[in-house]
Design a protein. Structure first.
Length: 240
């Protein structure tokens, strides 16, 4: 991602993995209504291209990432989320999906996102949920922490923004997430090397997980969910 020397997002090599496809649908459902009709948007951590195609509404979109593999010539800038190379109030929408957890100084990262956001502009975020779910996966991915909805809201409000919506996501597949984390811990305790990369799933399991995630999508159109493996948040920068 954007502030670690670790290799870039797995979506670069596995863009069709079920989780990336499901996240794109869920992000659009929860955060799409806050996109509006921006003149110019910034996507930080744009290696996750599969999750942001829904943001391309005809407005000018710039992408920023430390990993140049996720950037397109003329649209992308190499840089850090904690030192954005843009002037103040340059963007109507700033998005950072599964980025802030990669930043050692979360407050600085969110403050930078807020700095380049125009008054009345929208900030769209997603992060992984629950510190108790920390495993070798987080270490290998270059994470510094996982979040509760309350913690993420606190960081964003501390940067002077007003939170319009925050919710957990990936709720219907949450039992599988908990089981996968338990298996990882058992492997570690038994001295067995963890499986590298994304957990493989069969075509049948892929279809099942996508169907379950679409139940989330239907629920999220109407209400916030009380738990899940991700947190999504939309906030607005006050006009004055």
């Amino acid at each position: 991602m954007v502030t670690t020397a670790q290799p870039g997002s797995s979506s670069l090599t596995s863009p069709d993995y079920w989780w990336y496809r499901a996240r794109a649908e869920l992000l659009e459902t929860v955060l799409g209504p806050y996109l509006g009709s921006p003149r110019v948007t910034l996507d930080v951590g744009s290696a996750d291209g599969p999750s942001v195609a829904w943001m391309k509404t005809g407005s000018r979109q710039l992408n920023l990432d430390l990993d140049p593999r996720g950037l397109k010539p003329g649209e992308g800038v190499c840089g850090s989320a904690t030192a954005l190379p843009f002037v103040d109030q340059a963007f109507d929408v700033v998005a950072a999906f599964d980025v802030v957890e990669h930043c050692e100084d979360e407050g600085r990262a969110v403050s930078e996102l807020a700095r380049v956001l125009a008054p009345g502009g929208r900030m769209l975020l997603s992060v992984p949920a629950y510190q108790w779910a920390w495993t070798d996966h987080d270490v290998n991915a270059g994470h510094y922490r996982r979040y509760t909805r309350t913690r993420l809201r606190g960081v964003v409000e501390g940067a002077g923004l007003t939170v319009d919506r925050s919710t957990y996501a990936f709720t219907t597949v949450f039992p599988f997430f908990v089981a996968e984390r338990a298996v990882r811990r058992l492997r570690q305790r038994g001295g067995r090397a963890p499986e590298p990369g994304l957990a493989p799933v069969s075509a049948k399991v892929d279809r099942m997980l996508m169907r379950l995630s679409r139940v989330d999508r239907g629920l999220l159109k109407k209400l916030d969910l009380p738990f899940g493996s991700s947190v999504f948040l939309a906030a607005v920068k006050p006009s004055r």
